[in-house]
Design a protein around this ligand. Structure first.
Ligand SMILES: Cc1cc2nc3c(=O)[nH]c(=O)nc-3n(C[C@H](O)[C@H](O)[C@H](O)COP(=O)(O)OP(=O)(O)OC[C@H]3O[C@@H](n4cnc5c(N)ncnc54)[C@H](O)[C@@H]3O)c2cc1C
Length: 563
């Protein structure tokens, strides 16, 4: 590697002084995971165009650097940041969020999302066309990117559409001879050399005749039938599923993606959220089977929340809920920036407590009146298990008729949310993901750590609600369960009691999941938290034979050429 300061100057000459960060405080938002993992990097670079991104890649490969590609950094398993210190080469992080344009093609039936474009912007851009994005995930509301979702095969809430998937992408890889190559699988004629291709794409300099419409998929076209197979003894979706590993899809940062092409979907004329409660997991098991096997219309989404998780979210995610509801998603990056600065100062100042920002936000949230609707609160009193089911168009009457009959003979109840209740119910469920982090930040000194499991159960699993053997159960202080119940994807978040060995506990838990035929992770991808199964490992090795990109992912080798 050339002289470090000369190298940094070269990166600055490409991206501009303002967009190359080398100071610790400035690098932290990019070198620390949302919930898991952190490490250091020589620099964080934020290119402003696809061509700048290409030049940064060229220089990094020439200098034998490790490259970590990053978008919004909302990944939950540490897969978008460095992890630890045992890397054999210096690392640069390329954050793509400045390259955020979205192009509408094929009369609005497809879009091209450039590297840092977001699901939130996509939703807004498609609305006037009467279209919706391929994907709605919990982190749509906090700025997750389109490309990050494809790279993770992110799943989310949509029962009809399945994980983010496309066979149409433009990306760079380092081949086995260590040479950077641009692979144009977008199926758009954009030119012959990398700069020409990237410039033409960025400037929307192509026309309808340049767009090839072949059999290649721009979404998962099989999921809606897969999810209906309720007697199958395998999960409907999980990250190591070879069916969904292709180019950018599932690549987890082992290449550098410039753009992806994806399908869009018509916005339904009508949507209706049903709030469903029961005290018996078997009732939800029966309900799930009936809806998936008998309904003509699949639900749009169906997210589950256990009462303990409901309570934790009500208390610890209240400020996040209020900020999103009142100020909108666009304000969140400013808030997170402020939060990081406050925490950094408190860490450096001995008389201030750790996690000061969490403590301030938690304190302030106490003064805000209850943010949850009365009817939902009543269900919290009555029921342990909550299911927020959204139906559209003809599915609304179908569900209404069915629920009326179903709850005449089964324990539990339902009601139809008005618009405000529906929105709040869904936001409450999505912000529940942050309750766990807040609780552990506030109680850091008194707990033995945290564990967050992202589990896909077989489609025929009857005992979907976890009942742990007493010896394992006793090791937890708190368990928070939520998930995408139609897909049988459960997020099981555990707060461990002080004094418990988390490594041994994790092994025990994994054994219980294995015994039930589960796959994990189901949608958050392996990051540095889970082992990559051989299907994934081989996919990564093929994409990145020299192990230049995001080495160590899936707890694989961090060394050059996978040594
Ligand atoms: C509150 C919350 C709720 C969430 N809800 C869900 C959910 O419902 N379902 C779900 O599946 N996930 C969920 N997640 C996880 C996460 O948001 C998703 O994985 C998301 O798709 C990541 O998008 P991102 O833009 O943040 O990508 P990042 O985290 O920045 O990156 C994700 C992966 O993509 C790679 N990558 C990013 N950009 C590029 C590029 N240009 N080229 C190559 N590789 C690249 C990174 O290296 C990394 O491996 C949630 C997270 C949070 C914090």
């Amino acid at each position: 590697m050339k002289d470090k300061s000369k190298l940094i100057q070269d990166f600055k000459n490409i991206a501009g002084n303002k967009y190359v960060f080398t100071a610790k405080l400035n690098k932290e938002p990019f070198s620390k995971g949302w919930r898991y993992g952190k490490g250091d990097a020589l620099a964080v670079i934020k290119p402003g165009s696809l061509v700048e991104m290409w030049h940064i890649l060229e220089l990094s490969v020439k200098e034998d650097l490790i490259i970590i590609m990053q978008a919004a950094n909302t990944g939950l398993t540490g897969g978008s940041t460095p992890f630890g210190e045992d890397y054999d080469r210096p690392i640069i992080i390329i954050n793509t969020m400045r390259i955020n344009s979205i192009q509408i093609i094929n009369n609005g039936n497809q879009i091209i999302g450039l590297a840092g474009s977001t699901l939130y912007d996509l939703e807004n851009k498609l609305k006037p066309l009467g279209k919706e994005p391929h994907s709605v995930i919990g982190s749509t509301s906090i700025g997750a990117s389109i490309v990050g979702g494809v790279c993770n095969n992110s799943g989310g809430s949509l029962v009809k559409r399945g994980p983010a998937y496309t066979e149409l992408a433009l990306y760079a890889k380092v081949n086995k001879n260590g040479k950077l190559e641009l692979i144009n699988e977008l199926d758009i004629n954009l030119g012959s050399n990398p700069e020409e291709i990237l410039k033409n794409l960025e400037n929307f300099n192509y026309n309808d005749n340049d767009i090839i419409n072949s059999q290649k998929l721009a979404s998962d076209n099989k999921y809606s039938s897969i999810v209906r197979e309720i007697d199958s003894d395998t999960p409907a979706r999980f990250n190591a599923d070879s069916r969904l590993l292709y180019g950018a899809s599932g690549s987890a940062g082992k290449i550098a993606v410039f753009a992806v092409r994806l399908d869009t979907y018509p916005i339904p004329n009508k949507n209706q959220v049903f709030y469903v409660g029961s005290n018996d997991p078997d009732v939800f098991w029966k309900l799930r089977r009936d809806i998936l096997s008998k309904f003509k219309n699949l639900p749009t989404s169906g997210d589950y929340l256990h009462r303990d998780c409901y309570d934790a979210a009500k208390k610890y995610s209240k400020d996040t809920f209020i900020v999103i509801e009142k100020l909108g998603t666009n304000f969140l990056p400013t808030l997170f920036e402020l939060k990081r600065k406050v925490d950094h100062i408190s860490k450096k100042t001995s008389f201030l407590p750790n996690n000061l920002s969490d403590k301030i936000m938690q304190f302030l949230s106490n003064f805000w009146p209850n943010h949850l609707p009365k009817r939902i609160e009543k269900y919290r009193e009555r029921f342990e298990h909550h299911w927020i089911i959204e139906m559209s168009d003809e599915g609304i009457d179908e569900a209404r008729d069915f629920f009326k009959k179903f709850f005449k003979v089964n324990e539990g109840d339902f009601f139809e949310c008005n618009k405000k209740e529906g929105k709040k119910a869904i936001l409450h469920r999505f912000t529940a993901a942050s309750a766990f982090g807040r609780y552990s930040a506030l109680n850091e000194e008194n707990i033995g750590g945290t564990m967050s499991m992202d589990i896909a159960f077989p489609r025929n699993e009857k005992n979907w609600f976890e009942v742990l053997p007493k010896d394992i159960d006793d090791m937890f202080e708190m368990k928070l369960y939520y998930g995408h119940l139609f897909c049988h994807v459960l997020h099981q978040n555990y707060i461990i009691k002080s004094g418990v060995d988390p490594v041994k506990l994790k092994e025990k838990l994994f054994k219980t999941y294995d015994n039930r035929g589960a796959e994990y992770p189901s949608e958050h991808n392996v990051g540095h938290e889970y082992d990559a199964k051989s299907t994934l490992k081989n996919f990564y090795k093929n994409l990145d034979p020299t192990n230049t990109f995001n080495p160590g992912i899936g707890r694989t080798s961090k060394l050059k050429n996978w040594e």
